[in-house]
Design a protein around this ligand. Structure first.
Ligand SMILES: [Zn+2]
Length: 70
């Protein structure tokens, strides 16, 4: 069963809820204030498949100071 994130529009509470497919269109009540004015967040957990491993840090010190006093 998918886990959805919701946010309460009344008190701003974030909460997660496991929702069955038959209940996916229902709006759950806020566990904090009890109002049903909640909105489902878009869960992007399934779309993080191919993440490139960050920026490659090139540690070539090409701009070394050339001022050398002898
Ligand atoms: Zn609430």
């Amino acid at each position: 069963m998918p886990l959805y994130e919701y946010q309460c529009n009344t008190c701003g509470k974030d909460f997660e809820r496991i929702v069955r497919f038959s209940e996916a269109d229902l709006t759950p009540c806020c566990p904090s204030c009890g109002y049903q004015d909640t909105s489902k967040k878009i869960s992007a957990a399934a779309s993080f498949g191919s993440s490139s491993a960050g920026p490659s840090i090139s540690s070539s010190s090409s701009c070394a100071p050339g001022g050398r006093f002898t």
